[in-house]
Design a protein around this ligand. Structure first.
Ligand SMILES: [Zn+2]
Ligand SMILES: [Zn+2]
Length: 332
């Protein structure tokens, strides 16, 4: 699948939206998107079968496993069978500033558990949106420019300008398959809205994603939902209708506020997400890392306890790893 580039436009409606948002200017990539052309099936990205990666694939009885290694903010190393994905790379150190657009900067309060040089070999980066706490200066400078990156059309335009060369833009509900030898992984873009109605148009286009490891027969054997920076909104209701069996959810919480306006799920909305998406297990991420994150992990845990949903929540602190094995009956 090639690189999609949509030309930015700045029509009167767009300018009105910006005035409504009280913001002075807009980056060149945030224009409304044209509809994607219809496709017959997900495009396939063939990955090299590196010896090291093949050897690291778990294989008890031929049934693979996986893990979530939490690095910090929304950065995780997600292993699923033979595949290793990196999400939303944020490798700034404590005190260094993330750029949030419009000249707004926020200092990081936490340390990443790993330096970018310490990452294992990666197959791809899954990027929810182009915001400085999700793709920072360190990632821009140090990630291999040929490493495949799957993201929104907006983020792909930004990354193309910065020299990245294997960019794969997905519109909502569009999918791409990664192939590595006989192993297959599918990534589908899901709805996400980074702010309240109207105002979200002044923020980077964002996507949730569903990552599915496919069994040899092609059926999904394990499903991971990554929320992206989003608020609970109507479009999310379609996710459990299309994908009712989600094994694991990575929920971007933190209750981010800029100018007092809520831009990501807080503790209360995190509980709503558990009820709506119904994951078997959820890992809250994107908490307590920046001063603009106003709703703490502790607040979410208290809200989950109050709702009787604490058994579904898996807390990971930076550096922690959550391991899982696929049910054998799904691997056929
Ligand atoms: Zn964001
Ligand atoms: Zn964020």
């Amino acid at each position: 699948m090639g690189l999609r580039v949509d030309k930015p436009e700045a029509g009167p409606r767009r300018r009105w939206l910006l005035m409504a948002a009280g913001l002075a200017c807009l980056g060149p990539g945030a224009a409304p998107l044209r509809a994607q052309e219809p496709q017959t099936g997900p495009p396939t990205l063939k990955l090299p079968l590196a010896a090291e990666a093949a050897a690291s694939a778990p294989g008890e009885g031929g049934v693979p496993g996986g893990s979530v290694h939490f690095i910090g903010t929304a950065t995780v190393v997600l292993r699923l069978g033979a595949f290793t994905l990196l999400t939303d790379p944020n490798f700034l150190h404590r005190g260094e500033h993330a750029h949030l657009g419009y000249g707004i900067k926020s200092p990081r309060l936490t340390e990443p558990a790993l330096g970018i040089e310490q990452l294992p070999p990666l197959d791809a980066v899954l990027l929810s949106h182009y915001h400085g706490d999700h793709f920072d200066q360190v990632a821009e400078q140090k990630l291999d420019k040929l490493l495949p990156i799957i993201s929104t059309p907006h983020a792909v335009r930004q990354l193309a300008e910065r020299g990245f060369r294997s960019l794969h833009a997905l519109a909502t509900w569009q999918a791409i398959e990664l192939e590595k030898g006989a192993a297959r992984l599918r990534v589908t873009a899901l709805p996400a809205r980074h702010g309240p109605p109207v105002l979200h148009a002044a923020l980077p286009q964002t996507m949730g994603s569903l990552v599915e490891l496919l069994a040899p027969g092609g059926a999904p054997a394990w499903r991971v939902y990554v929320s992206g920076d989003t608020l609970i909104h109507d479009a999310l209701h379609e996710i459990p209708r299309r994908f009712p069996d989600i094994d694991l959810a990575l929920l971007h919480l933190g209750g981010t506020r800029l100018f007092g306006i809520l831009l990501t799920m807080d503790a209360r909305q995190g509980v709503q997400a558990l009820r709506l998406i119904q994951p078997r297990r959820a890992i809250p991420i994107h908490n307590d890392d920046y001063p603009v994150f106003k709703s703490s992990l502790e607040e979410f845990l208290a809200a989950a306890r109050e709702a009787g949903l604490q058994d579904r929540v898996q807390v990971l602190h930076p550096g922690d790893r959550f391991n899982f094995t696929l049910p054998a009956e799904r691997w056929r």
